[in-house]
Design a protein around this ligand. Structure first.
Ligand code: NAP
Length: 327
């Protein structure tokens, strides 16, 4: 167990100068008084030095050297998804708490093994699936629980964007690329959030790009034991969409920009009933900062299990195992 005294900040190291680290997570670490950025490592030491200069920290010679530093309590891992398992394992062996990008690993068995390894060592291992930490979705939950749309019958959720740069890690199968793992995890997590862990996959499709050897879009139908359903769409080949719709017996509600709202955006919830509609506008929040707060709290009191992370990983595996592959 790596105990961080409550009177000093959690000292972070970062493995890889990733885009998401630069844009969102590292700025959140720097803004938060209970965390400190100590060092970054990159495959290319010159790249690490440039990043370190930009953010005011040390540059470690490589990933392993960063993990060996005794002045680091926690590591943030924004590596391509296919490398998460290997580097979470090494970080935990080095006694570090871990904040890792979504999805936690590419396989259910690996996710379970890593969560169990962290728990056995008294270390925090958290997936940086930040939208779940935006209070917008708690407000939605409260509206549903308060009967605003009657009994919730179905969820439809979508996240997609147009094709990416051909060199993007999401098109590299050996790095855990593909639309399901990269972006399908969001609508799946929205369905899981509102319909619960009893969800099972009924059917799915994954469109395979033969040139790149990864899935570039997909759909899934899920169902709870009592017949409530979720329909998911995701991919890298549609116009931008990032939303979910909850449909109940008395009305439905729509949340747009549900998964990646910028920290300055006022989120909205649009409520529709047969003869009236209204829109609620909420205060902006930085969901990356919120996730960091949850991480800090967890380092103080590590959890022995993460049922949500496991359950979502199980559903991701079910989709990839049962999907009809289209070309
Ligand atoms: N939470 C969110 O909102 C969010 C948003 C976007 C992405 N993500 C997740 O964050 C992770 C990184 O995504 P990104 O868009 O930031 O990717 P990216 O900019 O391509 O960064 C990936 C980093 O991985 C390192 N790396 C190590 N081995 C590599 C290899 N063989 N090929 C390419 N890069 C390698 C590189 O760092 P060095 O060269 O510096 O070592 C690179 O900077 C993914 O798991 C993704 O799902 C999360």
């Amino acid at each position: 167990m790596n105990e961080v005294p409550p009177d000093r900040p959690i000292r972070f190291g970062v493995l890889g100068c990733a885009s998401i680290a630069r844009r969102r997570t590292v700025p959140a670490i720097l803004r938060e008084p209970r965390t400190e950025l100590v060092a970054v490592a990159a495959r290319d030491p010159a790249r690490a030095r440039a990043f370190a200069t930009e953010f005011g920290c040390d540059a470690a010679p490589d990933y392993l050297a960063l993990l060996a530093r005794p002045d680091i309590d926690a590591v943030y891992i924004p590596l391509p998804t296919g490398l998460h398992h290997q580097w979470i394992g090494r970080a935990l062996e080095a006694g570090k708490h871990v904040l890792v990008e979504k999805p936690l690993t590419t396989r259910y068995a690996h996710t379970v093994a890593m969560l169990e390894s962290a728990a056995a060592r008294g270390l925090t291992l958290m997936e940086n699936l930040t939208f779940l930490r935006h209070s917008l979705h708690r407000t939605v939950r409260d509206l549903v629980d308060g009967g605003e749309i009657g009994e919730l019958r179905s969820v439809s959720a979508a996240f997609s964007f147009p094709p990416l740069d051909p060199a993007d890690i999401r098109y590299r199968p050996e790095l855990g690329g593909g639309a399901l793992l990269d972006i399908g995890v969001y609508p799946l997590s929205a369905a899981h959030l509102f319909l619960g862990p009893g969800l099972e996959v009924v059917g799915a499709t994954l469109k395979h790009d033969a040139t790149r050897n990864v899935d570039v879009s997909g759909t899934a139908l899920l169902c709870t034991p009592d017949g409530r359903t979720a329909q998911l769409t995701f991919g890298f080949e549609h116009a931008y969409r990032c939303d979910y719709v909850l449909w109940g017996t008395k009305g439905h509600l729509v949340v747009d920009r549900a998964y990646t709202p910028p920290p300055t955006r006022h989120p909205t919830i649009s409520l529709y009933h047969q003869h009236r509609s209204r829109t609620l506008t909420l205060p902006p929040e930085d969901q990356f900062a919120n996730t960091l707060h949850a991480f800090i709290q967890s380092v103080g009191t590590p959890r022995s299990h993460s049922p949500g992370t496991r359950s979502r990983a199980r559903l991701l595996s079910q989709i990839s195992e049962t999907a009809r592959i289209t070309r």
